[in-house]
Write a protein that binds this ligand. Structure first.
Ligand code: URA
Length: 299
């Protein structure tokens, strides 16, 4: 394998380790990488990072889904709306949140970008929540039901919330993007573009302004980029588990539950759990000895 391919291979593995869930590369590059990585496995015995194309034919190896770059005419590349602009009306938090939801449900840009039969996914939970979980964008299950995090990753998020001694109704759950990004592949999800996230950011900011959570939890790299802005030098491996702030609200960065599903090890679970322990401590939730010890290796 040439040095260039080796470098790409290593970079993909590094990104996978850091929690990247999807990556856009052109069909041509996928072909070249596919051949190259197959050759690597044959010649070196090393297990390459898998390139799972959206044609449904993953190359051999582990699992880093790589989605093909959307064609130039796709909704991803032609998205050009300026960020949503509005002023919240006077009222109590519940009234404001109801107003905002109606605003988002009737947002022409959001509606235009929906898949056929897809629903806008505003957010769900308590207007008095101390914790605001922020994901990336609705997936297939979410656009069907109109509720965030109800698919496999969502079920895992629910378990995490329950392990913290809470219910979904005690927290608030939303996404950076309010619709499921369209793409032209038969399955999988396309991560939102920066333009799409910037369009929805005022909606997310307003949700946070109304709810005034004590803590925001950013789930995965895309949510972090959407909230804090893009930074090519940002590494999930470095910032995960650290406190940042979003407009003065403490922000904890952790892995996206779908990353946990793909990296189902005690060690990864413990990392996320340690982030949640920090969140619990910050908002002064009681932490039992049993909770302290979740996902520690058995002695
Ligand atoms: N992944 C997300 O980021 N959000 C959802 O609502 C579902 C899956």
């Amino acid at each position: 394998m040439s040095n260039a391919y080796q470098a790409i291979h290593q970079e993909l593995k590094r990104l996978q380790k850091e929690g990247l869930s999807a990556l856009y590369v052109s069909d041509q590059v996928i072909e070249i990488l596919g051949e190259s990585l197959t050759r690597t496995k044959q010649t070196s015995g090393d297990v390459p990072v898998s390139i799972k194309t959206d044609t449904g034919n993953p190359t051999p190896g582990a699992a880093l889904p790589v989605q093909t770059k959307a064609p130039p005419s796709s909704p991803a590349e032609s998205f050009q709306a300026t960020p949503a602009k509005f002023e919240l009306p006077q009222g109590d938090p519940q009234e404001q949140l109801t107003w905002l939801e109606e605003r988002v449900q009737n947002c022409p840009v959001c509606r235009e970008n929906l898949n056929p039969n897809g629903k806008i996914v505003f957010g769900t939970g308590s207007v008095q929540a101390d914790i605001f979980f922020c994901g990336e964008a609705p997936g297939a299950e979410e656009e069907k039901t109109g509720e965030p995090f109800v698919g496999k990753a969502g079920q895992l998020l629910t378990k995490i919330i329950q392990a913290m001694g809470l219910k979904r109704d005690d927290v608030y759950i939303a996404n950076i993007l309010k619709w499921r990004p369209q793409h032209d592949k038969p399955y999988g999800n396309r991560p939102p573009t920066l333009g799409e996230m910037q369009f929805c950011l005022p909606y997310v900011k307003a949700q946070i302004q109304i709810i005034q959570p004590k803590v925001i939890v950013a789930l995965g790299n895309t949510a972090v980029s959407g909230l804090l802005g893009p930074d090519p030098s940002r590494r999930m491996g470095t910032i995960r588990g650290t406190w940042q702030s979003f407009e003065e609200t403490p922000l904890m960065i952790t892995f996206h539950p779908s990353y946990l599903l793909r990296n189902d090890t005690l060690q990864t679970k413990r990392l996320v759990w340690e982030d949640m322990l920090k969140v619990m401590k910050k908002i002064e939730l009681p932490i039992s000895e049993k909770q302290q010890g979740f996902f520690l290796p058995k002695k």
